[in-house]
Design a protein around this ligand. Structure first.
Ligand code: ADP
Length: 382
């Protein structure tokens, strides 16, 4: 999948607009450059990263004219786009219309695109959307049981996220198994700070655990996952909470953090504490892994069978215990984990036994590669 694509550099601009901003530049054949400096806005962040790419000492290209296109990850495209697209003025307007659906993410994504358009006016900018892979989900799986008029009026429906990751790992699993993705029923478990599980049948997403917003499905670092809607008005009344406060409670104070009574949002900490016998960590992990198991069962039923389970992202790629626990009891589906093979981190591997009907795999996600490939395809087509 990486054939024909050579990585020259990776990087990250962190803490834009807040104290202790950092630019991290990792050129492949040179020493990493990590600079702490004031980065008050996205414009300066993008100027700095462009400068790093062309710097005569640690840069990887001679000048911006060598850049053929820029690919942007955009969180929400609503129902408007089911694939990646050239970011024309018309598309930018359509994206602004989706801001209401992803108020935490889309404004930053749009800002980044606008700055790149300004700094590199002649270079095509391509949008790759987190929601696009899930636009194939059928109506019976994307509608919620609320009055239909709210779907029509506000477009309240399941959208799903992490689409680029689910798309990448499902295709990669098929490649590794040397089978056409069109012949496979795959469940992809993207388990990071934010998590989602997707049913990929014959290469397309038919259901996914994140929905209208990004706090449904399994529990996450600080997000609640699936809860009974009745809890919201009940808690608001009992605790005298505003809309903003209940939103924060469910998004920032729940999940691992909330269930463990403040221990951590981080699975590494919880695993360590659980190994020492900490009951708070143990119960949090068991709610998490039970949720994963339940989605695997549900999506096997939704697809009418199961051939492959893929674990990816920080927890999926690294947490031996999470994979082990989530698959325990799924032998009736044909899932048999090989306990020795499962003892790996951050590697592409098959971790099921040779006679397991369902292949269980770990595949490090590579959203950047997926974005680069889509970007190149679109500039070549246009
Ligand atoms: P994000 O959603 O922010 O991209 P990541 O995919 O980086 O998140 O995943 C972060 C999660 O991965 C954290 O909960 C972290 O504890 C977990 N993780 C990373 N390494 C390990 C490990 N060795 N064992 C268990 N969990 C790990």
């Amino acid at each position: 999948m990486t054939e024909g694509y050579n990585l020259l550099a990776k990087g990250l601009v962190e803490r834009i607009g807040i104290p202790n901003s950092v630019i991290n530049h990792y050129p492949l054949d040179k020493k990493p450059v990590i600079k702490k400096q004031n980065i008050p806005n996205h414009r300066i962040g993008i100027e700095l990263l462009t400068e790093a790419l062309i710097n005569h000492e640690y840069g990887v290209i001679k000048g911006v004219e060598e850049i053929v296109a820029v690919g942007h990850r955009v969180v929400h495209a609503g129902e408007k786009f089911s694939g990646s697209i050239l970011l024309t003025d018309e598309v930018m307007e359509a994206l602004k219309d989706c801001t209401e659906l992803a108020p935490l993410h889309n404004p930053h994504n749009i800002l980044g695109i606008e700055v790149c358009k300004e700094l590199m006016p002649d270079i095509p900018q391509i949008g790759v959307f987190d929601t696009a892979f899930h636009q194939s989900i059928p109506e019976h799986a994307y509608l919620y049981g609320i009055p239909y008029k709210y779907y029509k009026k506000y477009k309240i429906r399941r959208y799903g996220f992490h689409g680029t990751s689910h798309d990448y790992v499902s295709k990669r699993a098929a490649e590794i198994l040397n089978k056409p993705v069109e012949d496979l029923k795959i469940i992809t478990c993207h388990l990071g700070n934010g998590s989602s599980i997707t049913a990929v049948k014959n290469g397309i997403s038919i259901d996914t655990s994140l929905g209208f917003g990004t706090d449904t499905g399994i529990i996450m670092g600080s997000r609640c996952g699936d809860i009974d809607a009745a809890i919201v008005p009940f808690l608001m009344e009992k605790e005298n909470l505003s809309i903003d406060e209940i939103g924060k409670l469910l998004y920032k104070k729940s999940g691992f953090l909330g269930l463990s009574e403040g221990l951590s949002t981080d699975m590494r900490d919880l695993t360590e504490k659980a190994a020492q016998g900490d009951e708070r960590a143990k119960r949090t992990i068991s709610v998490f892994t039970y949720g994963i198991k339940k989605y695997i069962g549900a999506y096997s039923a939704a697809m009418g069978g199961l051939d492959v389970i893929v674990f990816t992202a920080g927890i999926g790629e690294n947490s031996i215990e999470t994979r082990e626990e989530s698959c325990k009891g799924l032998e009736f589906l044909g899932v048999k984990i090989d306990h020795e093979k499962n003892k790996i981190r951050s590697k592409e591997a098959i971790i099921s036994t040779d006679d397991s009907k369902v292949k269980v795999m770990t595949i490090p996600t590579n959203e950047e590669l997926m974005i680069a490939k889509d970007t190149l395809r679109i500039v070549t087509e246009n």
